[in-house]
Design a protein around this ligand. Structure first.
Ligand code: PGA
Length: 249
């Protein structure tokens, strides 16, 4: 059975004390759930969040990492550094990394390899832009993102891969894919996995939806058969909204 996951991507928000505050609220109010709950604070707050959540089922994950093991890469963070502060899972390929920091499929393939080589789990983000959808190229774009960054992997690697489909036009815009649009794409992604690998990989890989998930729309999106949870941005910054989204799954 594939896992249900609700992950909060805090992006470049929350300083140390705001992180401590949010983590404390989440820990206190976390509802009973069989879903895995994850939060991704900024690098500078990972260790504090990890320490605070040691006794909690909430997993602290990172928003990014570099592909090199170490060396002259000013401003970058390696897999080992993340692991040394308790982080086991890393988000890679977020559309903001692709759009503002020039991360290409080739770079992402290297990052994926580097994370998996250190026994980390990868939460791999991908999704089409608005013009791709308008020109009816969204399936093609998504397929090529998966192919270029992930399909060099052996099928066994997918035990450590979580997929997060995030249509760029729905991220931080308030505009959400309809549950039908999400389901249609998630089904396509699963079929693509089955074609490239096999039914076991397709059926056991969690595919999250991301893009303006809120307490008001979470339930409907999560009830789609191929949607296994969500990657939440804006709504993850408010404890009560994030809790309501966890309750929705
Ligand atoms: P959003 O962000 O929920 O604010 O749209 C989602 C994401 O960027 O992962």
């Amino acid at each position: 059975m594939r896992k249900k996951i609700v992950a909060g991507n805090w992006k470049m928000n929350n300083d140390l004390s705001a992180t401590e505050e949010l983590v404390a609220k989440l820990q206190k109010k976390l509802p009973e759930t069989d879903a895995e709950v994850m939060v991704a604070p900024a690098y500078t707050n990972l260790f504090t969040a990890f320490e605070a959540l040691r006794q909690s089922p909430i997993e602290v994950i990172a928003q990014n990492m570099h592909f090199a093991e170490n060396g002259a890469y000013t401003g970058e963070i390696s897999a080992e550094m993340l692991k040394s502060v308790g982080v086991q899972t890393v988000i890679l390929g977020h559309s903001e990394r692709r759009a503002y920091f020039g991360e290409t499929d080739d770079i992402l393939a290297k990052k994926v390899d580097a994370a998996l080589a250190k026994d980390m789990t990868v939460m791999f983000c991908f999704g089409e832009e608005l013009n791709d959808r308008k020109s009816d190229n969204h399936f093609k774009v998504v397929e090529s993102q998966l192919k270029n960054a992930l399909f060099h992997l052996e099928s066994s690697a997918f035990k450590h891969v979580i997929l997060a489909y995030e249509p760029v036009w729905a991220i931080g815009t308030g505009e959400t894919a309809t549950p039908e649009q999400a389901q249609e794409m998630h089904k396509f992604i699963r079929e693509t996995l089955a074609k490239q690998y096999n039914d076991t990989v397709a059926e056991s890989t969690s595919i999250l939806y991301g893009g303006s998930v809120k307490p008001t729309n979470a339930k409907e999106i999560f009830s789609q058969p191929d949607v296994d949870g969500g990657l939440i941005g804006g709504a993850a910054l408010k404890a009560s909204d994030f809790i309501a989204i966890i309750e929705a799954i």
